[in-house]
Design a protein around this ligand. Structure first.
Ligand code: PRP
Ligand code: URA
Length: 209
């Protein structure tokens, strides 16, 4: 089964509290999500492999370390995942960005795929699927399935807020995928919203209703 990592860094937890606050407006919400995404990217890259290279400093030659291994691909789940992309790109600027378009049918809560575009070298990359919300897990499972169908083999899932049901579903259907979140909340309400959650992430990011 994939591992679950909950990022408890004080800065992430502090900013998440203001993201949750219903009185936080669109501009500040967007900025905070961007900042937390960057901090989460810092944590998620902690175990990246390194290799030694030779560098010539103004003083002498020396061995120094650079990141090696597979190149990174980011895949935000549209639309709310877009809000976390720039924050991650601040730390992994050379990452290629694919997109998977999914929305939840409000009645059935089933994910409907409407768009998919991935980098061409899909088998060569280590992917991070990004979405602020992991609720029932339907969208994340559909996104991971879509990536694997196109040849992706190494995938991580990064979400801001999660519900136990969503974590369980991803672990069941994609046991090879590690999950990285900033919070595991109590559960879901009758409309499939995370409780206490932060409301509708897409609407709060983009100022829609
Ligand atoms: C939200 C969220 C996730 C999904 C999570 O997207 O951004 O993609 O719901 O719910 P699930 O785990 O139950 O599938 P939504 O469908 O509201 O679309 P949007 O991003 O376009 O607003
Ligand atoms: N999608 C959201 O935007 N929020 C939730 O709480 C659940 C799904």
């Amino acid at each position: 089964m994939g591992n679950l990592y909950v990022f408890d860094h004080p800065l992430i937890q502090h900013k998440l509290s203001y993201i949750r606050d219903k009185n936080t407006g669109t501009k500040e919400f967007r900025e905070l999500v961007d900042e937390v995404a960057m901090l989460m990217a810092y944590e998620i890259t902690r175990n990246m492999p390194l290799e030694e290279i030779e560098v010539e400093t103004p003083v002498t030659k020396c061995k120094s370390k650079v990141i090696s291994g597979k190149k990174v691909g980011l895949v935000p789940i549209l639309r709310a995942g877009i809000g976390m992309v720039d924050g991650v790109l601040k730390l992994i600027p050379a990452a290629k960005v694919g997109h998977v378009g999914l929305y939840r049918d409000p009645d059935t809560l089933q994910p409907i795929e409407y768009y998919l575009k991935l980098p061409s070298d899909v088998t060569e990359r280590e992917f991070i699927v990004i979405d602020p919300m992991l609720a029932t897990g339907g969208s994340a499972v559909a996104a991971l399935t879509a990536l694997k169908k196109r040849g992706a083999r190494h995938i991580k899932l990064m979400c801001l807020v999660s519900a136990p049901q969503g974590i369980e579903k991803v672990q069941e259907e994609h046991p090879d995928v590690d999950i990285y979140v900033a919070a595991v909340d109590e559960g879901l309400n009758d409309h499939g919203y995370i409780v206490p959650g932060l409301g509708d992430a897409g609407d709060r990011l983009f100022g829609t209703k």
